[in-house]
Structures are given as C-alpha cells and as structure tokens.
Unconditional design. Structure first.
Length: 246
C-alpha cells in the first residue's frame, strides 16, 4: 500500500536519495527544502513545497499543504540538517552555533511535534531521524555539530517512551562520511576543501543511506529498528579514515 512519506531537506544528498528510493517503491511523497526550485526534478509527481525548518511558520505552512495534498502522514524523514565550519569552541561564533542547533535540533522538533499527535491518534506512523556518527563520537572542530546530533539520541529515546503503546516507530539512521553537498555547506562553498574530505577513500552515497532508511520503514509493523549506524568500510571513527586504497 502506498504510504505518505514526508521528507525534510529533500533538495540534495541523503534527502533527495530517500525521495528517489521511496518513489521507486510507489509511495506518495511530500518534499520540502528552502531551495524549492530543486525539488520538482528529484521525484516527479511528488508534492513539493518551500520549507525552512528554522521558521515555525514555514513548518506550519509546509505540513498543512502536504496533508491537504496527500492526507495524513505515514512516514516522516527528518533529514534537513547541516554543519557550519570546523572552528574549535574557543574560535567559534554564535552565528554558526545557532544555525546548527536551530536547524538540526529545534527544526527537527518543530516538524516532529506537529506530526506525532496525528500518528499517535491513528496508532500508526514512523518517525525517521537522520543522526550521525558525529552524535556518537566528538572530534575537534565539530563540538557543536556533534552536540546537535548527540541531542537527537535522548530526543528519540524519549519519543519511543512517549509513543509506547501507540504503534508509532522511531528510528535513527546515523551515517559516517556520505558524499553530498554537506562538506560544501560546511566549508561555506569552498569546493576544493570540500572535495578533500572524500579524497582517496570510498565514502557512502546518499543511496546507501536511503537503503537503510527504507529497510527500517519496510520492516513489519511490530518491528522497530532503534538505531542504524552505517559507515564507509574505509572509516572507523569520525577521524580515522583509511585513504589510498587497498
Ligand atoms: N554527508 C555526511 O557525511 C553526513 C553524515 C552524517 C549525517 N549527515 C546528515 O544527513 C542530513 C542530510 O545531509 P546531506 O549529507 O544530504 O547534506 P546536503 O547535501 O547538504 O543536504 C542537506 C539538506 O538539508 C536541507 N536543509 C538545510 N537547512 C535547512 C532548513 N533550514 N530547512 C529545510 N531544509 C534544510 C538542504 O536544503 P536547502 O538548502 O535547499 O534548504 C538540503 O536538502 C543532515 O542532517 C546531515 O547532518 C550527513
């Protein structure tokens, strides 16, 4: 049966790959991102609408339009997120910290809190959170990004407790290095520096992560995958990356 799948941050990378993967399954999609103009070509037939998760009004408008277009939401993929900069704490700026926390934590909460009550009332639904290996292990220059992703763990844990008995599932999919626009955004458009992150190693693709998301969502209703940590074979921790081939 076709599911109504809502994906935040579907204009690029992992979100776009998830959109393609669910579309291939025949699911009904609602896609949101700030760069709305990119969305239409990601998965033809999907409902596309502007979304800035840091703006509660935008979240409200996006979800109302998605529900008007396709009805109640069966699957929410909370993917919108970013890292900004690699400044150490002593060198950091409030602007970048706020951007990461407002997007990765508060934005996710603003979307999720509006979708959960409907899912709980219908006794059916799946909230997927795209976390990160950064939420499991910190690294210098990544403190606030790592903190924003670590914060998603107790948020998911509490959601599982708060939805217990309603049939709602909560899964965190936590990848290591994935080649997307993530590093371009992190390095503020410096393409050369961004490319170096993936040099001489084989990173995950957005499709690899989308397969994990789809696997979790496709389990039978009585099975909840709590957390999936998915890493490139060439990566052991955020900082330990094998480069140069085998
Ligand atoms: N790439 C990696 O190595 C990696 C590893 C672990 C976890 N992750 C996580 O995976 C998720 C997706 O990242 P990605 O790697 O696919 O990077 P990406 O290619 O830069 O995609 C990020 C997506 O998030 C959207 N986004 C950012 N801020 C937003 C906002 N305020 N409102 C709505 N959408 C917003 C962007 O769309 P617009 O700019 O058009 O709004 C874009 O579609 C993020 O949560 C990231 O932290 C990535």
């Amino acid at each position: 049966m076709s599911r109504h799948v809502v994906i935040t941050g579907a204009s690029s990378g992992i979100g776009a790959a998830c959109a393609r993967a669910f579309a291939k399954k025949g699911d009904t999609l609602s896609l949101g991102a700030r760069r709305q103009e990119r969305l239409a070509s990601i998965a033809p037939g999907a409902f596309c609408h502007a979304l800035d998760v840091t703006d509660p009004g935008s979240v409200e408008r996006f979800l109302a339009a998605a529900i008007a277009a396709h009805g109640p939401i069966d699957v929410l993929v909370n993917n919108a997120g970013l890292a900004r900069g690699v400044e150490k704490i002593a060198e950091g700026t409030g602007e970048a910290w706020r951007e990461m926390i407002e997007t990765n934590v508060l934005g996710l909460l603003e979307v999720t809190r509006r979708v959960l009550p409907q899912m709980m009332a219908r006794k059916h639904g799946h909230v997927v959170v795209i976390g990160s290996i950064a939420g499991h292990k910190a690294y210098p220059g990544g403190g606030v990004y790592c903190g924003s992703k670590r914060a998603l763990q107790p948020i998911c844990e509490a959601m599982r407790m708060e939805t217990l008995g309603t049939g709602v599932r909560v899964t965190s999919v936590d990848p290591g290095l994935v080649e997307t626009e993530f590093s371009l955004v992190r390095f503020r458009g410096d393409a050369e520096r961004a490319a170096k992150v993936y040099t001489d190693m084989r990173p995950l693709t957005g499709d690899d992560v989308a397969e994990c998301v789809l696997f979790a969502v496709d389990r039978p209703a009585h099975v909840n995958l709590d957390t999936i940590v998915v890493m490139p074979t060439d990566q052991a921790t955020p900082q330990m990356v094998h480069r140069g081939g085998r």
